[in-house]
Design a protein around this ligand. Structure first.
Ligand SMILES: NC(=O)c1ccc[n+]([C@@H]2O[C@H](COP(=O)([O-])OP(=O)(O)OC[C@H]3O[C@@H](n4cnc5c(N)ncnc54)[C@H](O)[C@@H]3O)[C@@H](O)[C@H]2O)c1
Length: 347
């Protein structure tokens, strides 16, 4: 069997030649991230809005790169090694499939796909092609969060994880029109973080979602969800996007209680653990999209599995879909109901 396209280069220490698809708001963040990395070289920029891609390439990049409306137009032209996908969620699957079938690994923004069924399908395509499809869950790459994870590992059996998120952003645009903005657009971060903290995937959820009279969102901007994990631990998410006053950090406020003690994190400072509570040492690794990109490059070069590969990340999206179903049908929903028979994964 011939080697997949680009795989020889992927295994060398040369910078990975990247095509970025999506030049919108988050696309800018990724262009800066790629620009900072010594391990990647941007070789092409794709956007349905060709004028936008052209403008960004000519005015905002250190070196002008070829642009196109579709990935397929650029792949052969520029000889890429990998793709960064920062398109809207509805375009994730088509773009990811084009890249994977062209033999290119992909680092894709969250959420993997709009639905669990679509996410499962693209995870199968990744498996079939043997190429990495990694989902960027940027909040896994926060040094304080990883210090909290280390503190939680010292707590013995965990009984409860609680996460309070209270903000009052005025985004305008699609978030203010969608049915479950908090659960679908935001809570995937906290749900994915809970899986990372507990090192397992939940079995069920009960969720209430609602919209206070003063909310400026059309859909529910407030939700409380209780997830049960296989070891018996409960994860309680209490979130609001229309909470003026005393806002929490964008990283939320966390409390984890176990048989040997408690760890807390306010989202902006070193976590506290022990009795009396002391600051947990925090490393100085690359964070957010920089950390995510570093893991992607390492996994592409070494073949190591990614902690947020598509088949595992489906479980974070399943938490969102199950919470929405629970809120809609006003009943406890098992994760198995939304993932079907696809077996569980590592977290
Ligand atoms: N990790 C985070 O904190 C974070 C924050 C914001 C956004 N995001 C995610 O980033 C992604 C992009 O969000 P955004 O705010 O930049 O959206 P955006 O609407 O500003 O930009 C998306 C761009 O993708 C382009 N596009 C759409 N379909 C395309 C296709 N098929 N081919 C090529 N280009 C296409 C659009 O023309 C647009 O320029 C979403 O998945 C979003 O959830 C993540």
């Amino acid at each position: 069997m011939s080697e997949p396209r680009g795989s020889k280069r992927k295994k060398t220490a040369a910078p990975l030649r990247i095509i970025q698809v999506g030049a919108g708001a988050m696309g800018h963040t990724w262009l800066h991230t790629l620009g900072r990395s010594p391990d990647t070289e941007l070789v092409g920029l794709v956007d349905l809005d060709l004028e936008l891609a052209q403008r960004v390439s000519e005015e905002e990049l250190a070196a002008v790169v070829p642009v196109a409306r579709s990935l397929t137009e650029l792949v052969d032209l520029v000889g890429a090694d990998a793709v960064v996908n920062v398109t809207v969620p509805g375009a994730h699957n088509p773009v990811n499939e084009q890249a994977l079938r062209a033999g290119l690994p992909v680092l894709c923004e969250k959420p993997i796909s709009p639905t669990v069924a679509e996410a499962q399908r693209i995870a199968e395509v990744a498996k079939e092609t043997g190429e990495l499809l990694m989902i960027s869950q940027s909040r896994r790459y926060l040094n304080q969060f990883n210090a909290l994870r280390e503190a939680v590992a010292e707590l013995g059996t965990v009984a409860s994880v609680s996460c309070e998120f209270a903000r009052a952003p005025h985004f305008g645009g699609f978030r203010e029109q969608m049915p479950y903005p908090l659960l679908v657009d935001m809570a995937i971060h906290q749900f994915d973080s809970a899986r990372a903290l507990l090192g397992e995937d939940p079995v069920s959820v009960y969720c209430e979602s609602y919209n206070p009279g003063w909310s400026w969102f059309a859909g529910d901007a407030v939700a409380t969800a209780i997830f049960e994990f296989p070891g018996g631990a409960r994860f309680v998410f209490n979130g609001s996007w229309c909470n003026p006053g005393q806002e929490t950090s964008w990283n939320s406020r966390w409390r984890v209680a176990g048989e040997l003690g408690t760890a807390t994190w306010d989202g902006d400072n070193a976590p506290l653990a022990g009795e009396p509570p002391r600051e947990v040492p925090v490393d100085d690794d690359l964070e957010q999209t920089d950390g995510s990109l570093a893991e992607f490059v390492r996994c592409v070069r070494t073949g190591e599995p990614s902690t947020t590969a598509a088949d595992s990340n489906v479980q974070s999206l399943a938490m969102v879909e199950a919470a929405v179903r629970s809120a809609t049908e006003k009943r406890r929903v098992t994760i198995a109901e939304v993932v079907g028979d696809i077996s569980s994964s590592t977290s």
